[in-house]
Design a protein around this ligand. Structure first.
Ligand code: CP3
Length: 336
C-alpha cells in the first residue's frame, strides 16, 4: 500500500502513472448506490457501515480509480456536535433552527469520537477489503459555518458574512469550536484507518483575501498543524480560490486542490513545495469524447503529471456523468 501511486503523488514522489480519483465519486448516479437509495435516505446510508462501505467501494471497482473516499457527508460532524440536520433531495443540507445569532453558538456540543463509531466501523470494513488507499474528509470550519448560519445552501452567503463582520469575537469563537470538532473528527478517522485526509472548504472563495487571511486562515492553519502527527497526507481543497490561493496554500499540508477557474500552471506558480490536485471542469465529462481528451491533454501539459500531481475534477462529479465515459477517462489518464 505504501507503493500506492496516490499516496506517492501526495508526498511529491515520482510515480509510474498519474493517479486519478474524483471528488463525489461515491454515490451520485452509480447503479449500486441508486438501488440502495430506494430504501435509505443519504444520512441513514452513511450510518450503516456495511452499506456505506459498499458505496465507497463501488467507484473503485467500476471506474478503476486510485483512491476511495469514505461515504460520509460534511454535515455528519455538526450532527455529532448536537445539531439537527436534514438532507433534502434536490436542495442539500437544511437546518430548521440555524445558528444565526451570536448566542446560538452555545448549542454546539464538544465533539466526541463515540458519536461517530459508525464511521470508524465503515473505515475498518473498507481497510480490510480495499486495494487502494482510503481518503477520510471533513468540511472546513468556514464551509460548515455557512450551512449552520444560513440554514440551507446559499449562493451569496450574506448571513454568514454578516455574522462574521458584525460579531467578529463570536465568529472567532464559532470557528474555534468548529475547528476543535474538525480536528477530533479527522483524528477519529485516522485512528480507524483513513490513509489520507481532505479538508473541503468548498465555499470559502466567497471571501475577500483580507477576510480570509484574518478571520478564517488561522483556524485552518491550526487544524492542519494538529493533524501533522497523524502522518497521513493532508489535502486542502476549495473552489473560487484563485484570488486567495497564496494564503489558501499557506498551511501545513501536502496537497492543494484547485477548481477549473485557474490554470494548473498559474496555480503551480502560487503553490510552493506542495502537490497539486485537479482541475478538470466537471461539465467537461458531459462533452463529446474528443473534447474530453483535448481538455485532459491540455491539463496534463501544464504539470509534471508523474510527480506531485493527482488528476481530479475541479469540483464534484456531476450526477449526469456516464460511468462508461468516466471509466474511459481514467484509462486515458493512466495511459498518458
Ligand atoms: O465524494 C463522495 O462521493 C463521498 C461522499 C460525500 C458526500 N458528501 C455524500 C453525499 C462527500 C465527500 C460529501 C462532501 C460534501 N457534502 C461537501 C463538500 C464537497 C463539495 O461538494 O463541495 C458539501 C458542501 C456537502 C453538503 C451536501 N451534502 C450537499 C450540498 C448535498 C446536496 C447536493 C449534492 O452535492 O448532492 C449533500 C447531499 C449528499 N451528500 C449526497 C451525497 C451522495 C446526495 C444525496 C442524494 O443521493 O440525493
Amino acid at each position: 500500500m505504501s507503493e500506492s501511486i496516490f499516496l506517492k503523488a501526495c508526498r511529491g514522489e515520482a510515480v509510474e502513472r498519474t493517479p486519478v480519483w474524483f471528488m463525489r465519486q461515491a454515490g451520485r448516479s452509480l447503479p449500486g448506490y441508486r438501488k440502495l437509495r430506494e430504501k435509505h435516505d443519504v444520512l441513514s446510508l452513511t450510518q450503516i457501515p456495511e452499506l456505506a462501505a459498499q458505496v465507497s467501494r463501488e467507484p473503485v471497482d467500476l471506474l478503476g480509480v486510485d483512491a476511495a473516499i469514505l461515504f460520509a457527508d460534511i454535515m455528519l460532524l455538526p450532527i455529532a456536535m448536537g445539531i439537527d440536520v436534514r438532507i433534502v433531495e434536490g436542495v442539500g443540507p437544511v437546518i430548521d433552527q440555524p445558528l444565526d445569532q451570536p448566542e446560538s453558538i452555545s448549542r454546539l456540543k464538544a465533539f466526541s469520537s463515540d458519536r461517530v463509531g459508525y464511521l470508524q466501523e465503515t473505515i475498518r470494513i473498507l481497510r480490510s477489503t480495499l486495494s487502494v488507499p482510503l481518503i477520510g474528509f471533513s468540511g472546513a470550519p468556514f464551509t460548515l459555518a455557512s450551512y449552520l448560519i444560513e440554514g440551507k445552501p446559499s449562493r451569496t452567503w450574506v448571513k454568514t458574512k454578516r455574522f462574521m463582520l458584525e460579531h467578529p469575537d463570536n465568529w472567532d469563537k464559532l470557528m474555534s469550536i468548529l475547528s476543535d470538532g474538525v480536528i477530533g473528527y479527522l483524528k477519529a478517522q485516522v485512528d480507524a484507518g483513513a490513509q489520507a485526509l481532505q479538508l473541503f472548504d468548498s465555499w470559502v472563495g466567497c471571501l475577500s483575501p483580507e477576510q480570509y487571511r484574518t478571520q478564517v486562515l488561522p483556524h485552518v492553519q491550526r487544524i492542519f498543524v494538529a493533524l501533522k502527527n497523524s502522518k497521513v497526507p493532508r489535502l486542502h481543497f476549495g473552489t473560487h480560490t484563485a484570488g486567495l490561493l497564496k494564503d489558501f496554500s499557506n498551511v501545513d499540508c501536502e496537497v492543494i486542490g484547485v477548481d477549473w477557474r485557474i490554470s494548473l500552471s498559474d496555480a503551480k506558480r502560487q503553490v510552493e513545495g506542495k502537490s497539486l490536485q485537479g482541475n478538470l471542469d466537471p461539465v467537461t465529462l458531459l462533452a463529446p469524447w474528443e473534447t474530453i481528451q483535448r481538455s485532459v491533454d491540455g491539463l496534463l501539459s501544464e504539470v509534471d503529471s508523474k510527480k506531485g500531481y493527482i488528476f481530479n475534477l475541479g469540483h464534484g462529479m456531476p450526477p449526469e456523468a456516464d460511468d462508461k465515459v468516466v471509466k474511459k477517462l481514467v484509462e486515458y489518464v493512466h495511459s498518458k
